[in-house]
Design a protein around this ligand. Sequence first.
Ligand code: ATP
Length: 260
Amino acid sequence: MPPEPVIDVAGLVKHYHASDGTVVRAVNGVSFTVEAGEMVGLLGANGAGKTTTLRMLATLLKPTSGTARVAGCDIRDDPVGVRRRLGYVSATTGVADRLSAREIFASFGRLHGLPDETLPDRVATLLEQLDLTGCADRPAGRLSSGQRQRVSLGRALVHDPPALVLDEPTNALDVIGARDLLDLLARLRAEGHAILLSTHRLHEIENRCDRFVIIHDGSVVATGTRESLVADWIPGRDGELEEVFFAAIRTGAAHSELQP
Ligand code: ATP
């Protein structure tokens, strides 16, 4: 039997209930997988349901129905097991200005129960891997945005989780910072991590991800490799992922207008 995917999302649904009684159907039965050593891009316009999907995976939000498994642990039945096996980098959570990268990594390592004897070595390896050794003891408030984003990533990686989920990780970065971060993610993928990242910046990741999942209005409208998406959505042309994206969400929009 083939190994189980590290991330296995199965029919996830999330409806938000506003105080005035209206219901926002943010995610409507989303399914996809991410294997070990694979990087998958979750693409969608503003409000498509990307953050809601990723927050459910990170066990920060309870699904209305459906579920997902992370390295064999179910997000509904075993959220603690999921958190041990997943690193989550959100679009909004900053790093504490007064603490250094070394202190942040050590405190997250302790939270994850890493033993005191091995923690300093783990922190040193991570600082090295993230190219933060030279500024390891500087307060994070005095780091560049790229360095701060690497501190966020290190915080999510300290317990060496098999799955890594990142919500728009390059948003605050310039082209060089974004390229460095994506190079780093490529190295983590080569080490066998399963990586899922959401982004609007299609050009940055079109040749970096192994597969893409395009969502529109909370539903998956297209999924596949860059090559298969181009062949399916703009046949006979060697177009860009952006063209595929527009074609897929136009079709998705036409379908959702047909829904009751
Ligand atoms: P963006 O790219 O703008 O971050 P997104 O694809 O991440 O968008 P979500 O943030 O998941 O989209 O939002 C999906 C839908 O759910 C949107 O219509 C949004 O307004 C709505 N939504 C998100 N959070 C809540 C909430 N707490 N209460 C009610 N509606 C919400």
